[in-house]
Design a protein around this ligand. Structure first.
Ligand code: 5GP
Ligand code: MN
Length: 335
């Protein structure tokens, strides 16, 4: 661990030890890593006698309803709701690379903001920046922090933290899966969690509507004519409306990625008003798509990143696709 990180863990643990009221938030369209991290903090900090509220800047998918404490999550989607929370001693941001990602929860009044994250592109927006890029998930960062607070692992924490690692390693399939991942996860299993049951909740809970979205994705799957190792799905506002917007887009970007020979994959989704496009990108090492997302105002990891492009779908495609081809070109030529 870098010296700076050791100092941040200590500073964050100290701030939490002294706090009375704590709010825990995560990024817009929260995922298994953000929610699992938040709920682990909820249980641990309440166990230490703190007043804790768990907030989300947007609706939380029912996929995570099995997690202990799920019903405690409050949606804070506008400035009035943020003001109603009042002043807290500490606001903890989980898994968010920049302040914009916190939506309305960025407005919550606080004495200290702990920015707990593992993204390489994190903008260090906190009062205390607990940004540990060696963590496979933000949940790993949470667990390291809990060790400083002398909170032992138990089954509830195990369930929340297991969800973070399953989500952020793509079920132990992404390139961030290492020997550490398995030994860390083994410690969670020893708390008595039912991993198979959690896996079912996270993976085998698709609705017919989710499958209709998969079909929409297959229908719009395009392999790039110039770079065959680049493939993606672009969905216009009208195409999404025809099927109905899902609450959670799941891992649709994994569909182009699953093609034999694929190195870089993308998913583009035009907003209802056609004013913005959400872009998800994935790559295999050594191809870096984090820098592509960052150059367009987004961020993430080297191999999993996203951004929001202002403009319609055709405009976003013109920005993204040539940039992704450029990431592939030098290495392809060197082979
Ligand atoms: P996804 O494609 O699943 O939405 O996101 C992939 C990764 O990139 C996640 O770790 C996510 O937190 C990060 N990410 C996605 N969109 C953005 C964005 O607009 N800004 C930043 N900073 N990170 C993002
Ligand atoms: Mn994460």
């Amino acid at each position: 661990m870098a010296v700076g990180e050791a100092v941040s863990y200590l500073a964050a643990a100290r701030a939490l030890a002294h706090a009375r009221s704590i709010a825990v938030t995560t990024h817009l369209n929260p995922d298994g890593d953000g929610i699992g991290s938040q709920l682990a903090l909820l249980h641990a900090l309440e166990g230490l006698g703190k007043q804790v509220r768990v907030l989300s800047p947007s609706v939380v998918s029912r996929t995570y309803a099995f997690l202990p404490g799920f019903e405690r999550i409050e949606v804070v989607a506008d400035p009035a709701q943020a003001a109603a929370i009042g002043m807290v001693d500490v606001l903890i941001s989980c898994d968010a690379g920049d302040l914009q990602r916190l939506g309305a929860t960025a407005l919550i009044r606080r004495a200290t903001l702990i920015n707990l994250d593992h993204h390489i592109t994190n903008t260090r927006f906190g009062t205390i920046n607990l940004v540990d890029v060696s963590g496979e998930s933000s949940g790993v960062v949470v667990e390291r922090l809990l060790r400083r607070l002398k909170v032992p692992l138990d089954q509830r924490l195990g369930e929340c933290l297991y969800t973070t690692i399953v989500f952020d390693t793509g079920r132990f399939m992404h390139s961030n899966t290492t020997a550490h991942t398995f030994s860390w996860t083994a410690r969670l299993l020893k708390t008595g969690i039912d991993a198979a049951s959690i896996n079912r909740c996270l993976t085998y809970t698709r609705t017919l509507h989710d499958l209709a979205i998969q079909r929409l994705g297959i229908d719009h799957l395009v392999v790039d004519a110039q770079e065959p190792s680049l493939a993606g799905i672009s969905l216009s506002a009208d195409e999404i409306r025809a099927v109905g917007e899902p609450q959670d887009w799941g891992d649709l970007v994994e569909l182009p990625r699953s093609l034999a020979g694929n190195q870089v994959a993308y998913l583009m989704r035009e907003s209802k008003d056609k004013a913005t496009v959400r872009v998800s990108m994935r790559s295999n090492p050594p191809f870096d798509i984090g820098s592509v997302a960052q150059a367009l105002g987004g961020g993430g990891h080297l191999q999993a990143a996203g951004c929001t492009v202002s403009g319609d779908l055709a405009y976003a495609q013109a920005q993204i696709i040539p940039a992704l081809r450029r990431q592939l070109a030098p290495a392809a030529k060197a082979q």
